[in-house]
Design a protein. Structure first.
Ligand code: PRX
Length: 629
């Protein structure tokens, strides 16, 4: 591949990177192309199975694919127990730094201990295999412990991002019918406290299924503890119920591992379901090859564990690979813009994986901040979540990676569970392109009728073959799973993104083609923001769209029609922004709210958000023949 003459701005990996890589790229691509199931079976064999599978891929009931059928395993066992009989036992599994400088670390032995103990606590709280547990926390190590403890006993975790607020949390607890909520007293963010427990209390007023709440003490400020319902984590962990009795549940490969809510085109967020077997194999393999994991590496995925990136590549992927995962609690620039660079130097981080929005945010402060620190331990860099503009890519490459670290621009989704379009260390890079599908994956870009588009033309990005870490369904809504992902083109998974492919076959993601908005890489739905707005007494109708933003990638702009009797004032507009923040979380606060008399709608009453967007950008709105007036 590296011998081919490529067009455009190309960055070739150094000989050192290629020679150091634990995989020979060409061999991997060839093997996966020749024998797709054999490729995945070989990877699965590197993990522990209590009972081996009978079939690698079962596609007898499309699109409800199954992987490693009849195989018995447990992802938590593979993250922890398998490392205890080797030198990894005393190796650090997790290093954590708090925003306030507090530090914690866990060896594989220590992490196993705590996870096992907490799993016994959960069992004593009545959590059984298949029960759902909502986890609503800041970025603290106990979040990983809680996830792993659930997985260990076969409970299904549903992590709700700690930046979400009352309504978002309430909806997710209700929909998953969680028995237990695990939260913190508070979380630090930019030196302030986010009142996680208080938000939980409000959400629980209307959530009937939760019988116990476990609270981790992080901030130590005064909070309400409901007698009979709320218990401190540290108290529970010191009771005899937190025993060392082994408790690993033998899971079927297809048993649920977690639910993760994400925004879609319409209405309420949907819970994406991932399972023990295929998700484990997918995250293990992709991390190993794409980030070329070496035994001694310290890997830092700077995402939030509350999103898929954190699930797959802070918690599961790194631990499955037996590597040291680093987690940082707070904001990148707190208290100084050099915070991240300082930690890379301090802990000797080898691989940094983050989002374009963070890079753009840090770039704004100039080169002087990173230049003060020794970043020479870095070997590879990564980005995810939204397209990266070439300017930010080059800054990351030059200033952070010192022109020696390849940048893995990984395209994937909550639904895919693992990297899908991504370079490998040996891949020549083009700034802004995720390059090529991961070995064995068949992807395409289609026009409205389902024909592949020509080189450099825009179309709908689809995936043509199943992959192990794929979502299995939408929780409680299999019809929506079929409808949303598998109905536009026969037998193909619709990603919801538009993309182009250049003459070298390199993929360039353009963005979402549905009503999903990516703000700073976070995924939100126009419909959710609109319902938050209309839940305010002053608003009768609302529309939310995304407009380009220099740092965040996109910013939310909202249009509202006021109820009669209400008048536009700056105070009201500010109140509406705050209201969205209270209902959904600060990331969903619209940048700008405009009061209007009417909204463009189709004759059937659907708001035409694309017309609003075109108007705001001063461009041609395209076909408006369905517009009512
Ligand atoms: O639009 C794509 C964008 O993020 C969407 C998926 O969002 P989410 O489910 O929250 O998962 C994000 C982290 C895996 C995609 O449909 N996206 C993700 N990665 C990239 C990207 N856009 C461009 N380049 C990427 N590397």
């Amino acid at each position: 591949m590296s011998n081919k003459k490529l067009s455009g701005d190309v960055y070739h990996p150094t000989e050192e990177v290629i020679n150091n890589a634990n995989a020979k790229c060409d061999e991997l691509y060839n093997f996966a192309e020749r024998d797709y199931e054999g490729f995945w079976a070989k990877e699965a064999e590197e993990l522990h199975w209590f009972q081996k599978w009978n079939k690698v891929l079962d596609d007898s009931n499309k699109p409800f694919f199954k992987w490693f059928t009849d195989g018995k395993t447990n992802i938590c066992y593979n993250c922890l127990d398998v490392h205890l009989d080797s030198a990894r036992r005393n190796k650090l599994a997790l290093i954590w730094e708090g925003e306030d400088g507090e530090f914690k670390s866990f060896s594989y032995f220590a992490l196993h201990r705590d996870v096992n103990k907490f799993a016994n606590v959960l069992k004593s709280l009545g959590v059984h295999k298949g029960d759902r547990v909502t986890i609503y926390m800041g970025r603290v190590p106990e979040l990983a412990i809680a996830m792993l403890a659930c997985a260990r006993i076969g409970a299904v975790h549903s992590v709700v991002y700690g930046g979400f607020s009352v309504e978002a949390l309430h909806e997710r607890i209700d929909d998953s019918e969680s028995k237990v909520l695990i939260t913190c007293d508070g979380a630090y963010q930019r030196g302030k406290i986010i009142e996680l427990k208080q938000i939980s209390d409000e959400a629980l007023q209307r959530a009937a299924t939760v019988s116990s709440v476990v609270v981790i003490k992080r901030t130590g400020h005064d909070i309400n503890m409901e007698p009979g319902r709320d218990m401190w984590y540290h108290d529970l962990m010191s009771l005899p119920i937190a025993s060392n009795d082994e408790n690993v549940e033998m899971m079927d490969a297809e048993d649920p591992l977690f639910l993760l809510y994400t925004s879609g085109t319409t209405g309420k967020p949907k819970a994406i379901l991932h399972v023990h077997g295929g998700y484990m194999v997918g995250t293990y393999t992709t991390l190993k090859y794409v980030f070329d994991i070496h035994e001694e590496d310290r890997f830092w995925c700077a995402a939030d564990p509350g999103w898929i990136t954190g699930h797959s590549y802070i918690v599961y992927g790194p631990l499955l690979n037996g590597v040291t995962s680093f987690m940082y609690e707070g904001a990148p620039t707190y208290p100084y813009p050099s915070r991240w660079w300082q930690m890379i130097e301090k802990y000797g981080i080898n691989i940094l994986y983050t989002a374009p929005t963070a890079i753009r945010g840090l770039m704004r402060f100039g080169e002087a901040w990173p230049k003060r620190h020794d970043l020479s331990t870095l070997r590879l860099l990564g980005t995810v979540g939204e397209p990266i503009n070439p300017e930010a890519w080059k800054w990351y490459y030059k200033v952070i990676g010192n022109e020696k670290c390849p940048i893995m621009d990984t395209w994937w989704q909550t639904e895919t569970g693992m990297f899908m379009i991504t370079p490998m260390p040996c891949t020549p890079l083009k700034p802004g392109s995720g390059t090529l599908p991961f070995p064995g994956l068949q992807m395409d870009i289609l026009d409205e009728e389902g024909n592949p588009v020509k080189a450099n033309e825009e179309g709908f990005l689809v995936i043509k073959n199943p992959w192990p870490a794929m979502l299995r369904t939408i929780w409680n809504d299999p019809d929506r799973y079929v409808e949303q992902y598998w109905s536009k083109y026969d037998g193909m998974y619709l990603t919801g993104d538009s993309a182009k492919r250049d003459e070298d076959g390199y993929y360039w993601i353009i963005g979402r083609v549905d009503d999903v908005i990516k703000v700073s890489g976070y995924r939100l739905g126009s419909a959710e923001i609109e319902s938050a707005l209309v839940s305010h007494p002053a608003v009768v109708e609302a529309a939310a769209i995304a407009l380009p933003h220099e740092i965040k990638g996109n910013a939310i702009h909202a249009y509202v029609i006021l109820r009669s009797g209400y008048k536009r004032t700056d105070t009201l507009v500010e109140e509406l922004r705050k209201h969205v923040g209270h209902e959904m979380g600060p990331i969903a606060k619209p940048e700008h709210i405009e009061v209007v008399d009417s909204l463009p709608k189709t004759r059937s009453g659907k708001i035409m958000r694309r017309v609003l967007k075109a108007k705001a950008l001063g461009v041609d709105p395209g076909n408006i023949s369905t517009l009512a007036e």
